[in-house]
Design a protein around this ligand. Sequence first.
Ligand code: HEM
Length: 549
Amino acid sequence: MMWSTTAHILAPSLAGCAYFYYCDPRGHLVLIATLSTYSILAVQDYLALGSIPHAAYHALLAVAAQMLLVTLAVVAYRLSPLHPLWKFPGPMLERITSLRMAYFANTGRRTPYVAELHEKYGTFVRIGPNKLSIKSVDAIHPIYASAQAFDKAISYRMGLIQNNSLFFLRDKPAHGRSKRVWSGALTNHAINQWDGPMENRTTQLIDCMARRQDSSGVVDLSTCFQHWSFDFDGDWALGEGQHDSIEFMRDGDPAGVVESGEQAILMLETFGEVPALFDIISSLPINDGYLKLEKLAHKELRKRLKTDTQNGWDLFSFLMAQRDDYTQAPMNETDLHTSAVLAFDAGGDTTAGFLSLTMFHLLHNRSSYIKLRQELDDTFPSGELTAEQHAALADLPYLGAVVNEGLRVGAAFPGFPRVVPPGGALLAGQFVPGGTIVGVPSFAVHTDPANFWPEPCAFRPERWFEDGLGPGTVTRREAFMAFQFGPFRCVGKGLALREMHVVLSRLLLAYDLEFAPDFDPEAFLKGWSNTRTNVIRYHLRVQAKRRQR
Ligand code: HEM
């Protein structure tokens, strides 16, 4: 009896340890194996003892003992010198589990926490059992930008949900094919086609702000930016006039679609830290709240797929053309659907967040605001900025510096996770074993005095000019990671910059803006968290007065 009990506990425990050691554990398989083991043990005990409560209880004890043994073995291994990442420093808890990092990702604390860990431990920090954060510009090129840039890590796997849209593709050839299609929709020539709709949408934004002002002229600018961004994204992704339920500047967003998109990203980031748990969570029926954006995108896409407009400049004209191109792997309905959601998540929320942050810093640093307004007034003395003039905004030096600086202080991504190829790699002077997940934390790099000096944490657009903050100004452009580098870099960079240039310029030409009288800048900064996109919990509220000319 004793021998058989020991075998019941030890054999599955050893199998469990071997699985955890050799494989990337899939949560649902672990769950199924545990439940199966429990059932087998319970049936065996029932056949031997003839009592259901006893059999259930004994099996529970045996499975609990197995889980305890596996957990102890895994913890011992992760802390031991046998672990390949043994030599790298990091907090004890992160060496054992990624659960705390997942919690911080969920609460928006992950970015500052990783930056604090680098302050304490230096360039390399073990921030997960098999994960290193490397705060070094030297690591950017080999990990992200080189011809042999590393693959995306399993953090980009959405549990059991199938998602073959560009951002989630980890297979390089498939990713490359998809990227070519998206890139076609985002060339300079393609972006220029959107100047007209962008001009219309920005005129709507100016009117929308006027409509939403309260009696003292105060308006929630963060919400206006979100609505502008989703409306324009709808045009760009699905075609102008093709999405009548994504008109948030006109109709508002009573269903909370924008927030639902943020929630979905939060879920992805949280469980991206513990992909095995994502396998389980993603197979459960989840709260509908996360799916509002998905459902809306799906509804609009179904309508879009029925139209004949395949020769436009919108993303779906390109994606549908690829679907009909039989030299490529076919895009099915699910792929198109996930691409529509990606267009809103990657394009809408990101730009809106950066617009809020950049405008906040401009209003907080009045001299920068005045300099930018002067540059715009000198260039557009009538106060009018037409669609044909959009592209030329890229040549305005102070506007460019303001946008770069907004992206530098706001790009709080905690590190885009990639996998070191088999055989390992030399990164920032240290050998890192194959299979390790690595990332360079952009916020820590962007605020490192070695890369941006003086006042690395302050919003100072002048730093983007030579010696702009005095002799010895350090501005290492190779450390500027806002759009990432290499094969997985942001495909929407050109469009995002155009959007930021146009919206900021039109707003400063149209309005005199300042913080609302009761607006608290500290609360804004406290309420800002980065989960991948910037989440602004305490919205930017401004007093806006139409400028007279
Ligand atoms: C200020 C605005 C934006 C910023 C700072 C930004 C930044 C980024 C970054 C850092 C990545 C790499 C993410 C990673 O490796 O995990 C990325 C990827 C991506 N971005 Fe953007 N983005 C912005 C706007 C946009 C816009 C407007 C679009 C679409 C029109 C877009 C579409 C995408 C897509 C599809 C990817 C995935 C690319 C791939 O996997 O190859 N982004 N973005």
